[in-house]
Design a binder for this molecule. Structure first.
Ligand code: 13P
Ligand code: SF4
Length: 306
């Protein structure tokens, strides 16, 4: 159906020396044409090794910003600049500063789902794939952690340190849609199924999950597990990739309306247009980018395999 558009995107990509990075929650047609598809951590790692001149980042604001920060010499384009993660907006820079003033000397670990300004105030960042590892690598018995309180809870279960959430009740509206009753109903219907849940889910969902994982860790688990059926408690487009890469297994969304409206603002059409016109350039003020880069690089340093 979209083959004409896909052909045009491919031709532009080649002619302009461009690459497409996409998050696992993008619409299936974008997932299918991405050069690199992944979770936030994989996309951050990939962003450090890019050779293309233009990078189309199909994801939300904070992800595209991170790629721009790590690639000051490249043009980073976002298909729709209105693809803005509401959770990232829950922790403005002033609130990070206030928390630092209230807890002097306590390091700030920010979830990657924050804007560059906030990252610039943090000691380090983390993603859902490495949050406990980052926190446990710090030389401090307390950490300020934000903005997702459920991810903070997940980290607290895996750390001796005191994890202080900032703000107190940051959340993702998509992961808040899941109810333990719905998940248990599916589990009763399919007792052989594993429950894979994202750490942005409520603790009550995390407690009944077989495994709590980032989106790409879900793929790894689905591939390696002997189970044939999985209940997936994360954004619904994740099921597309899981199903595509594991055709012999069955993936059941924990809730089929759990859709991130912001991720869905990127479409094949606007992706084509921005690549054609080289518009929607993602830029981060240089002093903020410089400081944010330090906290991003520190995450890589803290999680480097010794
Ligand atoms: P992942 O890094 O696990 O892909 O999660 C990103 C995100 O925004 C989850 O809502
Ligand atoms: Fe933000 Fe939630 Fe959408 Fe992830 S799923 S981008 S945390 S709103």
């Amino acid at each position: 159906m979209n083959s004409g558009l896909i052909e045009k995107i491919m031709e532009l990509k080649k002619r302009k020396n461009a690459v497409i990075l996409a998050h696992n929650y993008q619409v299936p047609e974008i997932q299918d044409i991405a050069d690199i598809l992944g979770d936030s951590l994989e996309l951050a790692i990939a962003s450090k090794k890019l050779e293309a001149k233009i990078v189309v980042f199909a994801g939300v604001d904070f992800m595209a910003e991170m790629t721009a920060i790590l690639n000051p010499d490249k043009k980073v384009l976002i298909p729709n600049p209105e693809a803005q993660c509401p959770m990232a907006a829950q922790l403005p820079i002033e609130d990070v500063r206030k928390a630092k003033a209230k807890y002097p000397g306590v390091p700030v670990v920010l979830y990657v789902n924050t804007l560059a300004e906030a990252k610039a105030e943090a000691y380090t960042i983390c993603t859902s794939a490495n949050a406990p590892q980052v926190v446990n690598a710090l030389d401090s018995d307390k950490v300020l952690f934000g903005p997702d309180k459920n991810l903070a809870w997940f980290v607290q279960q895996r750390s001796e340190k005191e994890v202080i959430p900032i703000p107190e009740k940051g959340y993702c509206y998509v992961h808040r849609m899941f109810s333990p009753a719905d998940v248990l109903f599916l589990k009763e219907k399919y007792p052989d199924a594993e429950i894979l849940a994202h750490p942005e889910c409520d603790p009550e969902i995390q407690k009944i999950a077989t495994q709590i994982c980032s989106t790409s860790q879900m793929l790894k688990r689905a591939k390696e597990s002997p189970a044939k059926r999985f209940i997936i408690a994360t954004e619904v487009s994740m099921v597309h990739r899981l199903q595509k890469e594991n055709p012999g297994k069955i993936f059941i969304p924990a809730l089929d309306i759990a859709q991130c409206k912001q991720m869905k603002k990127n479409t094949l059409e606007n992706l084509y247009e921005i690549l054609r016109d080289e518009k929607n350039v993602v830029s981060v003020q240089s002093d903020i980018a410089e400081k944010a880069r330090v906290s991003i690089e520190r995450m890589f340093e803290l999680t480097k395999k010794k």
